[in-house]
Design a protein. Structure first.
Length: 277
């Protein structure tokens, strides 16, 4: 029975993605949606199975498989702006396509199921940042979280202004904003990682996507919980958490509760196996 439990979450996740894939395929009449969400679901569930068998680079493998697919195929080849500007663009057009569907599934409603799992397993920005040397923060957390809201508002104003001013060639502008925006994200993310000695500094202070992710993540079904009877309060879980989450507390409002990326480092390091997903 114990061996079967390790497959419960991966199978459940795959089934959900397959349901989304089939529903969108039938509703939109495009095979792309079936293939797209099936691929992502297979990658995520496969990665969790690899993790269950203690494959060291399971999460990194999923990050690369999903992140590169979205960055290279959807972004560069298909020229779909999958950043937040692309979401505003399609939303203002009144079209339920590409970025709007992606955001609805992965970043607005999805976090009710898997929290900030997007940040830990699929983000193409974090995919690069996680390769940097500061996997655990070496400096105290700063009070710079307000910056994410400024970036969020700036993206909305930018796209809104394009529509108000009736700027031509919006599709082309969106593609170039995707290229330039990603370049800026990588440069800023890498610079902040070295400045604050924290690979995830960009995620904590700058990333505008977290404005969508954080509220729903508060109510996430999938979350790391602790068995208070087994916990020995050694503090190892908090020391290895890249997002500084107070995982030794089951309360929804625990420290940095909405920032868990489900990296599972705390579960791995717990000496008494008091933590579980």
């Amino acid at each position: 029975m114990g061996k079967l439990k390790r497959f419960l979450v991966p199978v459940m996740l795959l089934i959900i993605f397959e349901i989304v894939a089939v529903v969108l395929w039938l509703a939109k009449g495009e095979l792309f949606y079936l293939l797209n969400f099936s691929y992502i679901g297979i990658c995520l569930s496969g990665g969790l199975i690899l993790y269950a068998y203690h494959f060291k680079y399971a999460r990194l493998a999923v990050q690369l498989a999903v992140g590169l697919y979205m960055l290279v195929y959807l972004g560069l080849i298909s020229q779909e702006n999958m950043q937040i500007e692309g979401f505003w663009y399609y939303l203002f057009l009144g079209v339920f396509e590409a970025a709007t569907i992606h955001y609805a599934v992965a970043k607005i409603f999805g976090p009710l199921l898997f929290g900030r799992g997007w940040c830990g397993y699929a983000c193409w920005t974090a995919m690069i940042l996680d390769l940097l040397p500061y996997k655990l923060p070496e400096k105290p957390r700063k009070r710079f979280g307000f910056i994410r809201y400024l970036v969020f508002a700036g993206s909305l104003v930018f796209v809104g202004a394009l529509f108000v001013l009736a700027v031509p060639n919006l599709e082309r502008i969106m593609f170039w904003s995707f290229l330039i925006g990603n370049a800026i994200y990588y440069v800023v993310g890498i610079a902040l990682a070295y400045l604050f000695k924290d690979n995830r500094a960009f995620c904590k202070y700058i990333c505008p996507i977290t404005v969508f992710l954080k509220p729903a993540s508060y109510y996430s079904y999938m979350r790391v919980t602790v068995d208070p009877k087994a916990c020995i309060s050694c503090g190892k879980c908090k020391k290895v958490c890249p997002m500084e989450v107070g995982v030794n507390n089951n309360a929804r409002n625990r420290k940095n509760a909405t920032e868990c990326i489900l990296c599972m480092r705390c579960v791995e390091e717990c000496p008494v196996k008091a933590l579980k997903l």
